[in-house]
Write a protein that binds this ligand. Structure first.
Ligand code: ATP
Length: 409
């Protein structure tokens, strides 16, 4: 089928009344960004949908990229036929029925809508004329009004007919950016990239904050986090990656804090630093990949002892999901295979063998107060690096890396 355009229907727009203009403006910008590799494409936002005129670009490739843009409910590939050319509409409808109802005994329906009421034929005339044409060519098919196998939609507008039969589910959610900006704490694990995807889905523009501890963690561990960011950036256009050197803090905590509280105090540092970065960069909230009860740091007591360092909203999109549910999403967004690659994370390396699963808040505060918190944090903040990551970026060297070879020797 030679499609000429793709029509995208907006998502939760009806509930957003006065924010309609922001929604459509953002969506238009995000679609433009996501489809920048198709130079001939022209994008025309309308009140209730977006028209993507292909101008020769490949419909499947365009739809593949469009399917990752949040704020779209459904989309349909469409064939535009000049208004003078009604015979051509019949041909296109037949081709669509042939594609959708290949087997004898299947059913179809022609469904016409007119926005140009001056056109000579009314909707019934068009349904009948096109339906008869298809039935003559395909006598093996039935016409079915209620639940046809193929429903061909013909829209009559002033300039042309628009014919379609496929309705493909979009990514849903809200256009990224319509809900403001937040920081996302990204490890190299399975959960935080999924949390990132879910935050983007609700329209939040996120920036990744990643802590790393060279030489305990290798360049590859850092690159893995960057490559995970590139995977998630497919849903955002691009994402800023903020790397925070964490070695000095981890070494200091390890030397000075009793083993049972190592993890709690480290996490308090991470969260406080993320919050400072958030304030500098004017974010409104912090997202992370914690899931209740999954590991020692994710009991409610532990979350309370860590969360104590800030009043900023901490959002945990996967808090109530089971691991298998999180993994299903990770596979869907193609981060799973990368997440399970065995590069060390700074938290795992400095993890005590038996962290307190029910840490006492007062004790965590006390142990931390013995450290030069402000100075340590200032030095970490002075060392942060920010880079913009795009979906097509690659960071991990393929095959065996020098670090991996070194590990084997
Ligand atoms: N090195 C890191 N840099 C930034 N954030 C981190 C880092 N390590 C952990 N976090 C944050 O803390 C959350 C909990 O991490 P933890 O290692 O306890 O759990 P996890 O279940 O392994 O999570 P994940 O699968 O996301 O690594 C992560 O989801 C992430 O948001």
């Amino acid at each position: 089928m030679q499609y000429t355009e793709v029509m995208a229907r907006y998502g939760e727009l009806s509930t957003k009344g006065k924010n309609r203009r922001d929604f459509i403006g953002r969506l238009n910008g995000n679609v433009t960004k996501a489809l920048r590799q198709f130079p001939a494409l022209s994008i025309k936002p309308k009140r209730d949908r977006l028209h993507l005129v292909l101008n020769g670009e490949n419909a499947d490739a365009v739809m593949n990229a469009l399917g990752k843009v949040f704020g779209i409910q459904t989309y349909s590939p469409v064939v535009r036929v000049a208004i003078e050319d009604f015979e051509q509409v019949k041909q296109v409808a037949l081709e669509m029925v042939n594609e959708g109802a290949s087997e004898a005994g299947m059913s179809f329906k022609i469904n016409t809508r007119r926005s140009d009421h001056n056109y000579a034929l009314d909707t019934n005339d068009i349904n009948l004329a096109v339906g008869d044409f298809v039935s003559e060519a395909r006598p093996d098919l039935k016409v079915e009004m209620k639940r046809p196998d193929v429903k061909v939609r013909i829209e009559v507008r002033r300039d042309a007919f628009y014919v379609s039969y496929l309705t493909i589910p979009g990514a849903l959610g809200l256009p990224v950016g319509t809900s403001g900006k937040a920081m996302l704490m990204l490890s190299g694990g399975i959960d935080s990239p999924v949390a990132a995807y879910l935050a983007l889905k609700r329209g939040v523009a996120i920036e990744m904050v990643h802590f790393f501890s060279p030489p305990y963690t290798t360049t590859n561990a850092l690159n893995k986090a960057k490559e995970l960011t590139a995977k998630v950036a497919a849903y955002a256009g691009s994402i800023n990656f903020i790397e925070v050197p964490f070695t000095e803090i981890q070494e200091t905590v390890k030397e000075n804090v009793p083993e049972g509280y190592l993890m709690t105090v480290q996490r308090r540092f991470m969260l406080r630093l993320t919050d400072k970065i958030r304030a500098q960069r004017e974010g409104l909230a912090i997202f992370n990949g914690e899931s209740v009860g999954q590991v020692a740091s994710q009991t409610l007591e532990s979350m309370a002892a860590i969360n104590d360092v800030t009043a900023t909203p901490i959002l945990r999109p996967v808090a109530t999901l089971d691991k298998t549910e999180i993994i299903d999403i990770a596979r869907e967004i193609d981060t799973f295979d990368l997440s399970v690659q065995p590069f060390e994370d700074c938290c795992t390396i400095f993890a005590p063998p038996q962290p307190k699963t029910h840490p006492n808040l007062e004790r965590a505060r006390y142990y931390e107060s013995q450290l030069a918190v402000t100075e340590l944090e200032d030095r970490a903040l002075a060392g942060i690096k920010v880079s913009k990551i795009y979906p097509e970026d690659k960071f991990l060297t393929r095959g065996m890396t020098s670090d991996q070879i070194a590990d084997l020797l």
